[in-house]
Design a protein around this ligand. Structure first.
Ligand SMILES: NC(=O)c1ccc[n+]([C@@H]2O[C@H](COP(=O)([O-])OP(=O)(O)OC[C@H]3O[C@@H](n4cnc5c(N)ncnc54)[C@H](O)[C@@H]3O)[C@@H](O)[C@H]2O)c1
Length: 439
């Protein structure tokens, strides 16, 4: 255990973390150490990709003996840090989370917690039994403006919450990148989209509903457009030599090659060259040979491109959620919450409250002191605030600083699994009272 972290004393030394999975998320969260070297130090890493683990090793001057090509080897070592950042692919969350929790590491676990309800419960159980803190990567809970919504509800600004309408625009090229060509395209390899992408949103709705339990849920959704039947006549297998590429908004040449030609090497370009820094040559090669150069109408994608979820909570509160791939906006959620005394709206930037009594509207903004360098400005600065909360929680042995802790996150994940069950079985599901201790 890190310096006195389990005895309730405030740490005076930086919190030592190990990074399990040095991909996009592992690298972003690690940057907190570069911004605040007095508060966090990266002391170990495991990743089978040499490029990724070496890059992180160089950035954080990690000792050679603490660099591994697989998380098992890191877990076999005597505990040598305070916390583990688990940033492996969706299907590789449960095993490392349980293993590192049992060793006594506090856990920051990327969302989704795991790909089955049983595994989510096992993770919570392991953390509870080991007495370690668990923070799940529900970054939106840490977005200062989105957090304002919760504060306004709690302050009674709109009276009793009666109905929640929440919209998630994924963004047309983001969807093509991640959910048609990329890592989250196929449920058997990762998870269904409501879990992979929209667990953030069901979690927010669950949070806004307060202590009320969801009693009924229904869901519909399917894969639209990104299928062979929608393929333009004459389309090639790869965009780089497709005769109709110019007329295709999802062309990989437009999404990646045009960007790198303009000097943009961040996401999504960085993702497609997993073993090198992206430049015109490596991106062209990736489009010729890798998954991201494929025609979007000829991929092995099976996750929904549009899905709706309707929920009824105790006391009659209703909620309607929609996720759509085909949008200009990328991930900027839009929300309206109707209360007994007012209406709250969030347009992805600002929160407005219309008061029924005074018939006046007030604008609410939230200050963010996010350092916008590196990738830590991601998710509207929420990535930074999540790390800030987690590192403070570990340093001060204060789990109350974590907004995405084990119990509430497990409950919202269980709701996601029930919603997907409704979609697959074509019926309204009445979620059972969750027994989070039952594995
Ligand atoms: N919180 C968010 O908003 C958010 C956003 C994007 C992704 N995610 C989640 O974060 C996780 C990671 O996503 P990413 O985009 O960083 O993916 P990524 O592919 O960039 O990173 C995953 C890394 O895990 C490594 N890995 C694979 N097997 C391993 C093993 N046995 N031991 C150690 N490392 C191993 C891979 O080599 C890869 O570098 C996923 O679960 C994803 O769903 C969360």
């Amino acid at each position: 255990m890190g310096q006195n972290s389990s005895q309730g004393a405030t740490m005076t030394k930086p919190v030592r973390v190990i990074v399990v999975g040095a991909g996009c998320r592992g690298e972003i969260y690690s940057q907190f150490a570069s911004i605040h070297p007095d508060r966090m130090k990266v002391v170990g890493v495991a990743d089978p990709r040499k490029f990724a683990r070496t890059k992180l090793q160089r950035q954080h001057k990690i000792a050679d003996e603490n660099v591994f090509d697989d998380w098992h080897k890191l877990a076999e070592r005597e505990m040598f840090a305070d916390a583990a950042l688990i940033c492996t692919p969706d299907r590789l969350h449960k095993e490392p989370a349980v293993a590192f929790a049992k060793k006594g590491y506090h856990i920051l676990l990327e969302k989704p917690m795991a790909t089955t309800a049983e595994d989510c419960k096992a993770i919570v159980q392991a953390c509870t039994q080991s007495g370690v803190m668990l923070s799940v990567g529900h970054v939106l809970r840490y977005d200062p403006t989105i957090h304002k919504i919760k504060e306004l509800i709690n302050a009674g600004a709109i009276g009793d919450v009666i109905h929640i309408q929440h919209f998630e625009p994924v963004g047309f090229y983001h969807f093509a990148h991640s959910f048609v060509r990329g890592n989250w395209r196929n449920e058997a390899e990762s998870s269904f989209v409501l879990l992979a992408k929209s667990c953030h949103d069901i979690d927010l709705i669950h949070d806004w509903a307060g202590a009320r339990r969801c009693v009924k849920v229904s869901s519909f959704g399917s894969v639209s457009h990104f299928q062979k039947d929608d393929m333009p006549t004459g389309a090639g297998d790869r965009c780089v030599d497709c005769p109709v590429e110019k007329d295709c908004p999802y062309s990989a040449c437009k999404i990646y090659l045009d960007r790198v030609k303009q000097g943009h090497t961040g996401w999504p370009v960085s993702v497609i060259c997993p073993n090198s820094y992206p430049d015109i040559e490596s991106v062209t090669e990736a489009l010729r040979t890798g998954p991201y150069g494929r025609c979007v109408y000829k991929c092995d994608n099976d996750v929904c491109s549009n899905q709706v979820v309707n929920m009824e909570f105790e006391g009659g509160l209703t909620a309607a959620f929609s996720m759509v791939a085909f949008t200009e906006e990328m991930c900027k959620r839009k929300t309206t919450i109707y209360g007994s005394k007012g209406e709250l709206s969030y347009d992805g930037h600002e929160v407005h409250v219309f008061d029924f009594l005074t018939q006046r509207s007030t604008k609410h903004t939230a200050k963010s002191n996010t350092p916008m360098h590196f990738g830590m400005g991601g998710h509207g600065g929420a990535d930074y605030h999540l790390m800030d909360a987690f590192i403070s929680a570990v340093a001060n042995n204060d789990p109350s600083l974590i907004r995405s802790g084990p119990e509430e996150t497990l409950l919202s994940h269980l709701l996601v699994f029930e919603a997907e069950r409704s979609r697959l079985e074509g019926r309204v599901v009445c979620p059972a009272t969750a027994d989070i201790n039952q594995s």
